[in-house]
Design a binder for this molecule. Structure first.
Ligand SMILES: O=C(O)CCC(=O)C(=O)O
Ligand SMILES: [Fe+2]
Length: 349
């Protein structure tokens, strides 16, 4: 591992990892992917993956569906509006309904002076397991958006399969018994989210530096698998700056291909591994416009699609036995994934 001084100012180059090596390569290639994937996540909390099994066409189609959904009139979306509270989110959440700042503000402070508002400048749609009786999905009527539900259900199912391959790679990369993570996801509680950041008018000084669209946060699940469009704005913490007076963030720019997946470690994994794999802190900024001088500036809309891989609801999110010893006592308490989720999400509203 390279050691860099905290004053290091160049962006970290996250390697682009080819999951085909893991899925259909030789034993050595499989090992190579597992190790590189694990190392990227250990070191940065983030990894970039291609050839994971969802191709460019399929991912592109989901972005098309997302655009169509958010173009529906508000009165149609309001029929499936998520009611704020501790339960997993389902259906539509309007712009400003969520505040990552409240959820994480006290924890992380204001990352820098680039804020425009304390509520997130985005609307989103959430889907949980297909057959979820406890927290049923909320779909727009088939007349309003024919084909939306079957496509999303298909995408959800594929995403779950792919995420289990990625967790298997992590098990191998960390030398854990098979099933150490994946057995704890058997009763699926994952969430597929469509994010839409509407076009914004912002003052020119904020356009020059960039302004926040989503506040600094970590995700709550095990890992998150994210697709983004070509606008940009996602930034991750540069961990080399942790000891410095000012935390530094750097862009994770859109990939050359639409199916480039950005994987991050989320809070449940940090807990399971007793802090060995640390959740990747991230935020979303508006793309910077250095060419502007006066007046308000129009910032284009943006779409992103995270798939939050979650532990089965009855499973504990406390440290797993492999990560606890006399030298490494548990630093997180035991509680079920559902209790953990309710506790964390209640703060976001
Ligand atoms: O839009 C993005 O790129 C990231 C969104 C995000 O961090 C989230 O939905 O948790
Ligand atoms: Fe996130």
């Amino acid at each position: 591992m390279t050691v860099n001084t905290p004053s290091h100012n160049e962006d970290i180059e996250l390697p682009l990892l080819d999951a085909r090596l893991f899925l259909s390569g030789t034993q050595d290639e499989r090992k190579e992917f597992a190790q590189a994937f694990t190392n990227s996540l250990l070191e940065h909390g983030f990894a970039r993956v291609i050839n994971h099994g969802l191709d460019e066409t399929t991912v592109g189609e989901l972005f098309d569906w997302s655009r169509k959904f958010f173009q529906l009139p508000d009165k149609v979306k309001q029929k499936i509006e998520h009611k704020p509270g501790p339960n997993p989110q389902r259906g539509w959440s309007a712009v400003g309904s969520e505040s990552t700042a409240k959820l994480f503000g006290r924890l992380n402070g204001n990352p820098d002076g680039r804020k425009i508002s304390e509520t997130d400048a985005k609307e989103h749609f959430d889907q949980g397991p297909l057959d979820d009786l406890a927290f049923p999905n909320r779909w727009p009527s088939e007349d309003a958006l024919p084909g939306f539900r079957p496509f999303l259900e298909h995408f959800y199912t594929r995403s779950h399969e792919i995420s289990m391959h990625l967790l298997t790679a992590l098990e191998e990369g960390l030398d854990l018994p098979a099933g150490a993570f994946t057995d704890r996801c058997k009763s699926t509680a994952d969430e597929l989210r469509l994010n839409h950041y509407p076009e914004l008018q912002i003052p020119s000084d904020k356009a020059q530096t960039g302004a926040n669209r989503v506040w600094l946060h970590t995700d709550l699940g095990i890992i998150t698998c994210l697709f983004q469009d070509n606008i940009g704005g996602l930034e991750m913490e540069d961990r080399r700056s942790q000891a410095a007076a000012k935390q530094r963030f750097q862009p994770i720019p859109p990939g050359a291909r639409r199916d480039e997946m950005v994987v991050n470690i989320s809070e449940t994994m940090e807990r399971w591994t007793n802090g060995v794999l640390k959740a990747g802190k991230h935020l979303v900024m508006t793309p910077k416009r250095e060419d502007v001088t006066t007046g308000n500036v129009t910032i284009p809309e943006r779409f992103s699609i995270p798939y939050f891989v979650k532990a089965s609801r009855e499973t504990s999110v406390g440290p797993l036995p492999y990560f606890v010893s006399d030298n490494a006592p548990p630093v997180y308490p035991d509680m079920t994934a559902l209790e953990f989720h309710a506790q964390r999400v209640a703060k976001a509203y």
